[in-house]
Design a protein around this ligand. Structure first.
Ligand code: ADP
Ligand code: MG
Length: 261
């Protein structure tokens, strides 16, 4: 339901083993997210944005150590979740869209089958029900002429259409949270604007929670309700997008705003 908190991240850190002791790349980060709300995570390359996203899906690299007080996802603590329980959450409740849509797509499988197989992995349904849902989510993602073009392989599609397929795949199991990690960074500006609008519309229409990672503060203002700025693993400030952009507290954010185009 709109406004209800779905996610609460409390003091989460991620570290890797280093020669001189553990190297902490996410440092005691905390934030919350409500249904129907978009949190933008901004910050320079290497500041820990992707590692936070990966932590929320339980897909950090093997060597990474995640610690913290709690990651509350609808009443469950993701920090202590057993691997068998991730299956019900990853993809089904929390879905991720990556910078490179091919990261989520198998080049050897048609669009139709990638999505319908994912649906059938998560839900008990017939082939024709899965096909109907595939057409539905492709339509929701603005993939044109879905019924025919879903027979394409990923390589036969433009980058923008591949990202729409990745969004359809993310929507296929009706997640409550979508994490878009630089999902529009590689796209042409006009396509980028379409995908941002699509995500914004989906967020509103489906009451989705959205985490949108970008280093573009212009996009943050367009899509975000809240903005968290990351710097060297720290969350240096979090607040309503307009408040942070109009009156940043941290020198790093001020610098980022000065250097924004
Ligand atoms: P961002 O998404 O903000 O660009 P990341 O979350 O990908 O940054 O990375 C945060 C930090 O973690 C970076 O300094 C990166 O070098 C480090 N890092 C990422 N993956 C590994 C790894 N497998 N081993 C060691 N350090 C890593
Ligand atoms: Mg990243």
């Amino acid at each position: 339901m709109s406004g209800e908190q779905v996610l609460s991240v409390e003091n989460v850190s991620v570290s890797f083993p280093g020669n001189d002791g553990p190297l902490c790349v996410v440092k005691q980060v905390s934030f919350g997210l409500n249904a129907g709300e978009c949190l933008v995570i901004a910050g320079e390359s290497g500041s820990g944005k992707s590692m936070i996203c990966r932590t929320l899906l339980g897909i950090v690299p093997d060597q990474a150590k995640v610690a913290g007080t709690r990651i509350d996802w609808l009443g469950r603590d993701l920090l202590t979740l057993e691997s068998k329980d991730w299956r019900a959450i990853r993809g089904a409740e929390i879905a991720m869209i990556f910078q490179d849509p091919t990261a989520a797509l198998n080049p050897l499988i048609t669009v139709e089958h990638q999505i319908s197989d994912t649906i059938r992995d998560h839900r008990r349904c017939t082939r024709s029900e899965a096909r109907a849902r595939t057409i539905e989510v492709l339509g929701m993602a603005g993939f044109p002429d879905a019924e025919h073009r879903m027979k394409s392989y990923p390589a036969e599609l433009s980058g923008g259409l591949r990202q729409r397929v990745a969004i359809a795949l993310a929507l296929s199991c009706s997640p409550k949270l979508i994490i878009a990690d630089e999902a529009t960074t590689n796209l042409d500006v006009s396509i980028q604007a379409q995908i941002v609008k699509l995500l914004k519309d989906l967020q509103r229409d489906l009451d989705l929670a959205l985490i949108f990672v970008t280093h573009d503060l212009g996009l943050a203002a367009e899509i975000g309700d809240k903005l968290m700025v990351m710097y060297a693993g720290h969350s240096v400030e979090t607040g309503k997008v307009r408040d942070v952009l109009d009156d940043p507290c941290h020198p790093y954010t001020r610098g980022l705003l000065r250097s924004a185009p």
